[in-house]
Design a protein around this ligand. Sequence first.
Ligand code: 8Y4
Length: 274
Amino acid sequence: MFNLNCSSCSLRLDRPLIMGIVNVTADSFSGDGHARAGLDDALRHAETLLAEGADMLDIGGESSRPGSLPVPEAEEISRVVPLVEALRGCGVPLSIDTLKPAVMRAAIAAGADLINDIAALQAPGALEAVAGSKAAVCLMHMQGTPGTMQAAPHYDDVVQEIMDFLIARVAAAERAGIARERIVLDPGFGFGKSLAHNQTLFRALPRFRELDLPLLVGVSRKSMLGQITGREVGQRLPASIAAAMLAAQAGAHILRVHDVAATKDALAVLSALN
Ligand code: 8Y4
């Protein structure tokens, strides 16, 4: 059984945990022209996910979706830090989805427990930002960058290359002073991968357990599920649940999902009937 050491917590990973996704965007305008604070929307959404039984929250101030553009560092900090301040003490660990060291430092100072970095701490200063704290980190594989990664993904051996990458990033993290007890790994579904790559990777999930670290899997609503079902993003709940349950059966320790209540029910059935 794995234990994950976060800033203020030691997470038991003896059953699949649900990480609920909270995106905080720029202040938007509602249909009637009134300003609606991105922060208020995000806070209400976080409270819904907590009521639904999320085991942790993943707060993101920059979209990592294919084709998305970077957000300036100061803007990302001004989106994420107030949310961390408002949610710290909510009873579950707070994860921050960022690849920027300055955002990591600010979020950790505000009370974040885990850094979820789709670039696996490769940005200059990122290893040091986490090493100088007690936060946990999720090291994810991505080929390319969010802007271009889906253009022409290529691998000779997708499973081996991703395992080798993750092994190298764990070594770099340990050299920087991040203990293994603080590390989670993620093959990064959809990040520079064709449907065939995602399928090969998914079927190989049991092999990632050989790395002897906890695994996080994020497939919720992703385009691979759209390719399989022909459904638009808003109609991918059944597909997301099926994929999350398969990931749980394959040994995933943390499931990153949009739909916490549905995932929680499905996990209850999985655990009661398998
Ligand atoms: C609809 C909604 C379609 C969202 C696509 C998406 C992962 C992650 C993302 C993941 C880890 C996303 C930040 C992509 N995916 N972090 N982040 N693992 N660790 N796309 O798989 O949700 S964002």
